[in-house]
Design a protein around this ligand. Structure first.
Ligand SMILES: NC(=O)c1ccc[n+]([C@@H]2O[C@H](COP(=O)([O-])OP(=O)(O)OC[C@H]3O[C@@H](n4cnc5c(N)ncnc54)[C@H](OP(=O)(O)O)[C@@H]3O)[C@@H](O)[C@H]2O)c1
Length: 396
């Protein structure tokens, strides 16, 4: 365990100085006399200097405004986090946006003010907090790390416990220069990933991994249908299913996204903007798919219809529809499993990283914005032609 000193504290403030001259402020002279009386070499900072230090030691972060008349999110200077026992702080190099951030932003008036969103990030370990008995960590300042966004999952692999949360709300997230997370949540960055790719991976990759592999029991040689193939979750699901040795039928919208899905490894592509998704899938996969992943909520019925008898449907999202309708007989007659999946456990995250390293795939990055352009990054998330992840460069 290594205790790091915040380099920007010493470099920006310089050594403590005490001006004993008669022209110095009275509080400074009083402090100096007290130090001399005690014969202590330890510098005592006068109150005005402590106040100055508090003002200077700040970081830039994208914080929310709960006032509906104000811009929803803006970059401000805020106090940086410091690591609690068993936690670390990470100086972020890049962060990424998810649909979750946009959903939280839309409901921000119900949240605490000045929240810092962001579940995805990668950067350099900055400070390591005091050790906690029984929780060894080999993380040291300067390590290149990627952050697992599942906080406090608990002991049960089947589902998270009551303390579970996703980094970014209520715990302040990665859309900032620094973030504090449990030491157990940081992992070495797979060596072939750029900072952009590393920051794009965690939430969507973890969701795709658990949905397809842990919950969906995907095996090499199987056929899988992936909805919203241009989305963060969908694009990574196509990549990891392909790397897993599965045959992939991707569902997306428009020729550019169809071409991108093929480039990511889809063997066949359905353009949902042409309608008749079930018929298009039946033509492409006449024997029926083994597994189908719907991140939208709008594709349950065509996906169940596209499954073989005994197939599995995994639902992870409700972006297009919060309720799904199914012909009941289409589920029971074919002995279909309808499965729910959300995020993933620490074990899922480690397995995902191993898979990424072994198969050397990298998330598709659509665009990179400076932290100061966070509003433009949110706008890009909603653009019709966006393919893959929107990333924030938190160093600018
Ligand atoms: N449960 C979890 O743990 C978890 C974790 C992550 C995400 N999610 C959910 O998964 C979904 C995807 O998240 P994300 O961050 O990857 O989203 P995203 O990148 O913002 O996805 C946007 C894409 O969704 C597709 N889409 C939009 N409207 C649609 C409609 N009416 N019908 C079909 N597809 C539509 C489009 O893809 P195409 O043009 O390619 O069809 C669109 O480009 C969201 O619902 C999100 O809430 C859940």
């Amino acid at each position: 365990m290594v205790m790091a000193r915040a380099p920007w504290v010493s470099s920006r403030l310089g050594p403590a100085h005490h001006d004993p001259s008669p022209l110095a402020p009275a509080c400074c002279r009083r402090t100096q006399r007290a130090v001399q009386r005690q014969g202590s070499a330890k510098p005592v900072r006068p109150p005005w200097e402590l106040e100055q230090r508090a003002q200077e030691v700040r970081m830039r972060a994208a914080v929310t405004n709960v006032d509906p008349a104000a811009p929803p999110v803006e970059v401000r200077e805020v106090p940086p986090p410091s690591p609690a026992p068993g936690w670390v702080t990470v100086r972020l190099q890049r962060a990424a946006l998810n649909r979750l951030d946009a959903m939280l932003l839309a409901a921000r008036t119900e949240e605490k003010p000045d929240t810092v969103y962001g579940a995805d990030g990668a950067g350099l370990v900055h400070e390591v907090g005091p050790p906690v008995a029984g929780h060894d960590t080999d993380v040291a300042p300067g390590d290149r790390v990627i952050i697992c966004p599942s906080l406090h999952w608990g002991e049960d692999e089947q589902a998270p416990g009551a303390s579970y949360e996703i980094l970014g709300s209520p715990t302040d997230g990665t859309h900032a220069e620094l973030v504090a997370v449990p030491a157990a949540n940081v992992h070495r960055v797979p060596a072939h990933l750029s900072w952009e790719e590393a920051a794009a991976l965690p939430l969507a990759g973890l969701t795709a991994w658990r949905a397809l592999v842990t919950r969906g029991r995907l095996k090499g040689g199987e056929t899988v249908v992936v909805g919203a193939a241009s989305s963060g979750v969908g694009s990574m699901a196509v990549q990891l299913a392909h790397a897993h040795g599965a045959r992939v039928a991707a569902v997306t919208s428009g020729p550019a996204k169809a071409a991108a899905a093929s480039a990511l490894g889809a063997d066949a592509v359905v353009d949902r903007s042409r309608g008749a998704v079930a018929e298009q899938l039946r033509a492409l996969v006449p024997e029926g798919a083994d597994l189908a992943l719907d991140p939208t909520g709008a594709l349950w019925q065509p996906f169940v219809d596209a499954l073989r008898p005994g197939g599995r449907l995994v639902a992870v999202g409700k972006m297009a529809s919060a309720t799904a309708e199914l012909r009941v007989q289409s589920v029971y007659w074919k002995q279909v499993d309808v499965l729910g999946s959300s995020m993933g456990s620490p074990r899922d995250f480690r397995d995902l990283l191993r898979h990424v390293e072994e198969h050397r795939w990298a998330p598709l990055v659509d665009s990179v914005f400076g932290l100061g352009d966070v509003a433009a990054a949110y706008a890009r998330l909603d653009a019709d032609d966006r393919i893959g992840k929107v990333v924030l460069d938190t160093t600018r």
